[in-house]
Design a binder for this molecule. Structure first.
Ligand code: PMP
Ligand code: GLN
Length: 388
């Protein structure tokens, strides 16, 4: 028999699925895959439930229901000062994952170069490659994860079609500062490249930092594609509702890709997401404040146990160096070890690199978007195990 597409058939199973399956098998406290314990805002779930029972449960418009597209545009104005035309510049997708696929398959021509920043979210590279893009990887180095400007500049040239990056950044919890975004924007302008910015954690940001979308920088409005997710903003990761904002010229092709990928997203969940995007400012500040307290709770407790915990400026995650505990294996070994022996699951950070064998092998990522009792239980288990 002929073989299937080799690029896809040679992929492994995503680390999130692997580690969550292992967590289930060993009934460990799962601080691996990022999903909140919280149920999400009551009014958002109620709106979706009401729409499910009494609304129009047939194909919504291909671009998304008007109420959600309008809410995405209003939200962009409220938080980023962006003026967005909801009819031509907003597309609803089945999660940010589909949004990424639509953008990459829609924008990349085979042979185009694509600049990416390591460590990177696990869907980026396979989709860039499947689109025929040639990845140009630039690495951030712990513990500061500062943007290496010379290397970034060297990764760009006139064959660069786009840069794809993520801020606040999973897994290393970096938030790109204004200067770094300016630097990236200048490279995009110099080389006529697009910026595809995955901003799913735009509201999960700490210590009085403010999320800045690269779309707001001078001359970037028409060459940026901004991606958001209701899963992250409303603690409803299973809903898989995402949204793309882009200038009409870019959006046309992205939407044509979306029409043959999923075509639409469940209308009741779109209705719920629209309700969420219209929640008052204090919903968003409370979300960030709660997550920040959870970050501190977990980070302090892991530090007490002996982990070297790296700073986390946003997202659901803390990166930890486990070598001070005396563990000498790889990050894969460590995450399996604590799942099986301590009853707590984390994710190995090398999974966020193109070649895990050439990545740092001493970091585990722990997720803190959990009830305090869940975090305390995990910490108790780790404490008992490592203080034996
Ligand atoms: N990008 C990043 C950086 C993420 O962490 C996630 C996490 N789930 C996604 C995209 C995908 O979001 P969604 O669940 O909306 O597809
Ligand atoms: N974004 C989540 C994480 O980093 C996982 C999403 C998924 O499982 N696809 O943990």
């Amino acid at each position: 028999m002929k073989s299937a597409n080799l690029l896809m058939s040679n992929l492994g199973t995503t680390v999130f699925e692997v580690m969550s399956a292992l967590a289930r098998e060993h009934q460990s406290v799962n601080l691996g895959q990022g999903f909140p314990d919280d149920k999400g805002p009551q009014e958002v779930r109620a709106a979706a439930a009401e729409y499910l029972m009494n609304g129009h449960n047939q194909y919504p418009p291909m671009m998304g229901i008007p109420e959600l597209r309008q809410a995405v545009a209003e939200h962009a104005r409220r938080f980023q000062g962006l003026s967005v035309d909801w009819q031509t510049e907003v597309l609803v997708t089945s999660g940010a994952t589909e949004a990424l696929g639509d953008c990459l398959l829609g924008l990349i021509e085979p042979g185009d170069e694509v600049v990416l920043i390591e460590p990177l979210y696990d869907s980026y590279l396979p989709m860039v490659r499947r689109a025929g893009g040639i990845p140009k990887l630039v690495r951030l180095e712990p513990p500061t994860w500062r943007l290496p400007r010379e290397e970034l500049a060297a990764a760009f040239n006139d064959r660069t079609k786009l840069i794809l990056f993520n801020t606040p950044m999973n897994p290393c919890s970096k938030v790109f500062d204004h200067d770094e975004l300016d630097f990236i924007a200048a490279l995009c302008l110099k080389h006529d490249a697009y910026a595809v910015c995955d901003e799913v954690y735009e509201h999960i940001i700490f210590d009085d930092r403010r999320h800045v979308s690269i779309m707001t920088l001078p001359d970037m409005r028409t060459r940026t594609v901004r991606i958001g997710s209701a899963g992250k903003s409303f603690s409803l990761t299973g809903w898989k509702v995402g949204y793309i904002t882009a200038a009409p010229e870019l959006m046309k092709t992205i939407a044509k890709t979306h029409q043959f990928m999923t075509f639409t997203t469940p209308p009741n969940l779109q209705w719920g997401a629209a309700t969420g995007l219209r929640l008052a400012d204090n919903y968003y500040s409370t979300l960030a404040g709660d997550m920040q307290r959870k970050r501190d709770r977990l980070a302090n407790a892991l530090t007490d146990i002996g982990f070297d915990v790296l700073p986390a400026h946003g997202t659901y995650f803390v990166t930890t160096d486990f070598r001070p505990l005396g563990f000498n294996g790889t990050d894969d070994d460590f995450c399996r070890h604590i799942t099986v022996e301590a009853g707590v699951t984390a994710v190995p950070v090398s999974a966020f690199y193109d070649e895990p064998a050439r990545a740092p092998r001493h970091f585990a990522r722990f997720c803190f978007c959990k009830h305090d009792e869940t975090l305390d239980n995990a910490v108790d288990r780790l404490g008992r195990h490592f203080r034996r």
